[in-house]
Design a protein around this ligand. Structure first.
Ligand code: GLN
Length: 220
């Protein structure tokens, strides 16, 4: 854990997807990002100690291929799961799918999709239609500062939220930005907009976690 309270170190899972835009957005929101490509980047002896983590959008099945052991290659699903259970983590789009406790895959209902099960929500993959149906909408949120630009790209839909899951914004009655405890999830891509309120919300969550952790361990 970093002891620099003003600028938390936040990792960005960098297997596939738009991780570079997240790193840029985190910098603009006052954090120090670092790319996490392997388990060693997360928990290895030379890893940058991370105060939080972002799981970007992309394709959740592709990410899982790299995370789960595959054809003799070691994955790092277990290390990632241990991390997200203990530190603030923000998943966007495919990242939200990875965090969900239940993943519905309407085109292949017989094939259950693994997930980190860190947030008690059910998501339905690609629920808003094909790539052509991707959209940019301006939606009301519980954040101050007016409507938020929300970029949806083959987005999942959150069809159930468990007890205690807070909803910060919705689209057509379905939650699109949620959080509980240390975990946040968005079904859109806040990193692709100029508005940094969503990343600032996550950075604030990481700082709160950092402060309470330092207090409890006495390392300030
Ligand atoms: N359709 C992707 C999936 O189901 C998510 C899309 C995205 O992250 N933009 O994994």
């Amino acid at each position: 854990m970093s002891s620099n309270q003003s600028a938390p170190h936040i990792g960005v899972l960098a297997i596939q997807g738009d991780y570079e835009s997240h790193a840029q957005a985190l910098t603009e929101a006052g954090a120090i990002p670092s790319l996490v490509k392997t388990a060693a980047d997360l928990t290895g002896p030379n890893a940058q100690p991370l105060d939080g983590l972002v799981l970007p959008g992309g394709e959740s099945t592709t990410m899982l291929k790299f995370l789960l052991p595959n054809n003799g290659r070691k994955g790092f699903f277990d290390e990632l799961q241990a991390f997200v259970q203990s530190r603030p983590t923000f998943g966007t789009c495919a990242g939200a799918i990875l965090l969900a406790s239940e993943v519905l895959n309407p085109t292949q209902p017989q094939k259950p999709q693994r997930s980190l099960a860190a947030l008690d929500i059910t998501v339905e993959r690609n629920a808003y239609g094909a790539q052509a149906d991707s959209a940019i909408l301006y939606l009301e949120t519980t954040l101050s500062g007016g409507p938020l630009e929300t970029v949806f790209i083959r987005a999942p839909r959150i069809v159930r939220t468990g007890p205690g899951v807070k909803v910060f914004a919705s689209r057509d009655g379905f939650p699109i930005l949620v959080g509980k405890g240390n975990i946040m999830a968005a079904t859109f891509h806040p990193e692709l907009s100029q508005d940094r309120r969503v990343h600032q919300l996550f950075v604030a969550k990481v700082k709160t976690f950092q402060a309470s952790h330092s207090f409890h361990t006495g390392d300030i």
